[in-house]
Design a protein around this ligand. Structure first.
Ligand code: AKB
Length: 328
């Protein structure tokens, strides 16, 4: 990555204790300095927690709390990570709408008033069963059939509206399933690709809730974090799109991931007990996205292939689980 641009106003990360925030906050701090990045979450952790950093309490569904927070800290950029993931959202659609959309509306409104930039994580979930599933284009049909997808498409449109109508510098990525060892995801359809590593290391056995041949886009978290930072630092004049750019690193099935893990843990066994809800969600999503617009406009390139990701993930998660076991 190029040298970081000078910053005058700090960055706020909302939902910082989740899967992405747990790695985004340290990455932003090492790039811009500790005092330039404020971590916030609606959860209150008495200690630093698994992420290793303390965070401030902030409920983004309360606009006056958010407005006060942004004024008080003179925030200049908001990475808005608050959201219920696809499977949880499907179980609680009303809550998903009010959290995912309510918080995003508040963030954009406060960004308009306080002249903040906004990062919004969209998802492969923003597509639906009528979208072309292979090499899914940057601009295509978006008729998702999940409430999660509805909030992602509406979120993309709302960000674009605020960008065009009010000049808010809002940018976003359509992220695939993210694989990481720092904090587990919760309630997603792609979570199998993280769970499988925990179970492979601990028990050499995993029962997968998606069918063996369910192909979906995935990305290792270090690539995803770099993508977010690179997009937010990109020259705005080069961005043909704002919300949101397709990005991907690999298109894999549970069977292929298990075969790669077996190269390191030869006695690893995977079984399949398909959860119809998550299987239906997965089958409505792209098998692989075309991310050429991101490559052309701001130089996006993933670094980790499937084999590099599996090797790194197994080494780091084994280390992490060992130190967690010894500290218990
Ligand atoms: C989920 O599975 O809900 C998320 C996503 C792909 O947006 N990981």
């Amino acid at each position: 990555m190029a040298a970081p641009p000078a910053r005058s106003r700090p960055i706020l990360v909302t939902g910082a204790l989740g899967q992405i925030g747990s790695e985004l906050v340290p990455a932003l701090r090492s790039r811009y300095g500790n005092d330039q990045v404020i971590a916030s979450d609606v959860r209150v952790e008495p200690f630093a927690g698994p992420t290793g950093f303390p965070s401030e309490h902030l409920d983004c569904t309360d606009i006056s709390q958010l407005q006060d927070f942004v004024w008080r800290h003179d925030v200049g950029t908001i990475y808005h990570l608050v959201a219920l993931l696809s499977a949880t959202a499907e179980a609680k659609p009303q809550v998903a709408w009010s959290v995912n959309m309510g918080s995003l509306y508040n963030v954009l409104e406060v960004a308009r008033r306080c002249r903040c930039s906004v990062f919004f994580p969209s998802s492969i979930g923003a597509f639906g069963p009528t979208t072309p599933r292979d090499r899914t284009p940057q601009v295509t049909i978006q008729r998702p059939t999940t409430i999660y997808g509805v909030t992602k498409v509406a979120g993309e449109l709302l960000c674009d509206y605020y960008a065009h109508r009010f000049g808010v510098d809002a940018r976003g990525l359509r992220l695939p399933g993210l694989i990481s060892y720092v904090a587990p995801p919760g309630g997603g359809t792609t979570d199998y690709a993280v769970d499988i590593f925990y179970q492979a290391i601990r028990y050499r056995h995993y029962v997968c809730f998606l069918a063996a041949d369910t192909r979906l886009d995935m990305m290792y978290m270090p690539d995803a974090i770099r993508a977010m930072i690179e997009l937010m630092e990109a020259d705005p004049g080069r961005l043909r799109f704002r919300n949101a750019y397709n990005v991907t690193a690999m298109s894999i099935t549970p069977a292929e991931l298990a075969a790669e893990i077996r190269k390191h843990i030869p006695d690893f066994v995977i079984e399949y007990r398909v959860d119809p809800v998550r299987q239906a969600i997965a089958e409505s999503w792209p098998r692989s996205m075309d991310d050429s617009a991101a490559r052309e406009d701001w130089g996006w390139r993933p670094k980790y292939t499937l084999s590099e990701m599996v090797e790194d993930m197994l080494a780091r998660l084994t280390e992490r689980l060992k130190s967690a076991d010894t500290s218990e």
